[in-house]
Design a binder for this molecule. Structure first.
Ligand code: 13P
Length: 254
């Protein structure tokens, strides 16, 4: 069984609309014809509509970085999955560690967001990962297990057929410190094992698990060579079209 790789760029709070359009103009030609893997860009909310138009007819999917759990309501400053579906978003990143640690998102809130995203046939990318303190205390696998069990509580295999999980060790995000392929593989294999126990083996075997945390053109090949690493969620190195295109095109003949 072969899982289709997904290379996703999370721009975080970067780029205006003109900057988004200039990026896409350059990037789309660098990855044109790459059909053996999925490519996704997640610009900030303000750029989504313009990006959707600019990506029309390309091989690049559009993602959002977050959403609310309700369809609409008195939630000042929030964006709903209904709104995202309406403008042509395909993927939504849920529970990114910056949402968890800076904005206080809990596993319970993350679970609600996943449910809301699925209601609109959007694809959730559930982010999980341990802090440095948790790793040093030997709690990594326990933290991952709790985040999976709480975040995916009560869903069926049918509900989650599109789910993507991203393992992003907090200590590797934006620090230049990548997990070694061995450390990442250990976590990914564990995630797959827990999901097989929670759901079933076939579900776990088909699910894509991305690695995120200082992915660069120089380390993507080693990470992607591991059996349970099915793609990458890239922050800083996705901000330049030529650098991100190199990551997307890992392992292809020049
Ligand atoms: P960096 O690639 O900048 O470490 O960020 C990773 C990340 O948080 C992607 O969601």
């Amino acid at each position: 069984m072969k899982r289709r790789p997904l290379i996703a760029g999370n721009w975080k709070m970067h780029k205006t609309v003109p900057e988004t359009l200039a990026y896409i103009e350059a990037f789309k030609s660098l990855v044109a014809g790459v059909e053996d893997r999925d490519i996704m860009l997640a610009p900030p909310f303000t750029s989504l509509d313009a990006a959707e138009r600019a990506l029309e007819g390309t091989n690049i999917y559009l993602g959002a970085q977050n959403c609310h759990w309700a369809d609409e309501g008195a939630f000042t400053g929030e964006i709903s999955p209904k709104m995202l579906a309406d403008i042509g978003v395909t993927y939504v990143i849920i529970g990114h560690s910056e949402r968890r640690h800076i904005f206080g998102e809990t596993d319970k809130v993350i679970r609600q967001k996943i449910e809301a995203v699925l209601k609109y046939d959007l694809i959730p990318i559930l982010c999980i990962g341990e802090t440095l303190e948790e790793r040093e205390a030997g709690k990594t696998l326990k933290v991952l297990e709790t985040q999976l069990k709480e975040g995916l509580k009560g869903f069926s295999v049918a509900d989650l057929k599109s789910l993507v999980v991203a393992y992003e060790p907090v200590w590797a995000i934006g620090t230049g410190k990548t997990a070694t392929p061995e450390q990442a593989e250990e976590a990914h294999a564990f995630v797959r094992k827990i999901l097989a126990e929670m759901f079933n083996q076939e579900f776990a075997d088909n699910l894509r698990i991305l690695y995120g945390g200082s992915v660069k053109p120089e380390n993507v090949v080693g990470l992607m060579a591991r059996p349970d690493i099915d793609g990458a969620l890239v922050g800083g190195a996705s901000l330049k079209p030529d650098v991100f295109a190199k990551i997307v095109c890992f392992g292809r003949m020049e």
